[in-house]
Design a protein around this ligand. Sequence first.
Ligand code: 0X9
Ligand code: CA
Ligand code: ZN
Length: 435
Amino acid sequence: MRRARPLALALAVGLAWVLLPVRAAADETGEIVSIDKKEFLAHRLERRGLDLLMEKEGRVYAVVSPGELAALFAARVRFTRVTERFFPYDQTGISADGGLNGAYHSTLELETDFRALARDHPQLARVVELGTSLEGRTIYALKISDNVSQDEGEPAVLVLGCHHAREWISVEVPFLFGRYLLENYAADAAVRNLVDRSEVWIVPLVNPDGLEYTIHVYRYWRKNRRLNADGTYGVDINRNYSYAWGYDNIGSSPEPASDVFRGTAPFSEPETDAVRRLALSRDFRAVISYHSFSQVILYPWGYVDAPAPADSELHAMAGTMAGLIAAVRGTVYGYGRAAQALYVTNGDTVDWAYATLGIPAFTIELPPVDVDHGGFFNDEAAIDAIFRENLPALLYLAGYAANSPAPPHARPRDRGARLRLPFRILPGGRIDNGR
Ligand code: 0X9
Ligand code: CA
Ligand code: ZN
């Protein structure tokens, strides 16, 4: 997904007069276009670093800025504008009474709801401030455990959401999981057992600045709001972790304007630094990072198309989760190695967690399955059902974390030593962790 330097691109297509004036505005607006795959390849558009959404029925779909649109036009690429067809700005399925984002959480709404949960369950839930974004917003975690104000050193599971600003549903699933545990602790013995034995750490909104930007300015914004040295905005928070950071220019980009810009250094961003500090400070045994969309469960490696240590165990765990999800109401989530099942990325959360912490780490791409079914937009009426279908898989992974032995911690800092995971998956999905 490497993006050509703007100047080189402008010269290549003879377009300096168009590209330079629109540059400042390119962050603010965009269009969805579809391009015939053969046309796409013939024009070598894969080199342009376009923000690709999907490939479907022989056509490639991308979000393009005004500058990119002009460049496609000048290069005589035949494209179709499909913005209205897929992404009405005037979104249906969002109620008027929840602010601009309907029932979805804004940063303030999340803070308010977290504080209410902690107030209503003082023994079980505590709001923890992990760090501060570039625009001064607090990045929050909700810690859920018995005797929550004490540090009991229990095994922990980490549930992350919204690395990418436009993936609103990825805030809601972690949030609702936290609320579910708290509201069912008293009545549900399985929940009580889980919460008593472990710590559940919920961080639904890793990228608050980006989320606010999608609510108020530009619905397709992906990155954080770092002002880059060249005047463009944003680092892709899911390319800024240290493991295999910048491994190649396909899985991330060195170009600040790119939607997959990796930043100037590993953990250069307050959002990744906040996750890193939390992840290293507790005894985490498993991680899920929610994204959208595609309905797929991904495990390492993401940076290269090669199996990670304990590939078959990760595969079995992902398969178990996909089965648990499908059992709820039949929604099919695929699963596989990230680089193989989706595409390569370097510097992402789960490669880092797996290599550094030595614990099972999954990216779950929530519904819908593709852009024809709404892309980054899920009607707010669908939020609860999406949470419900993910709940058994979350309980499974949290249960794994609560019952697993500690991972071998003697690894070089942030490097990928060979890992031996402390568990085996038995036929039927049962975990053998040697007890
Ligand atoms: O590109 C990403 O960061 C994730 N997909 S998204 O559409 N939500 O942006 C996927 C990350 C998983 N890792 C790999 N596919 N390598
Ligand atoms: Ca506890
Ligand atoms: Zn994402």
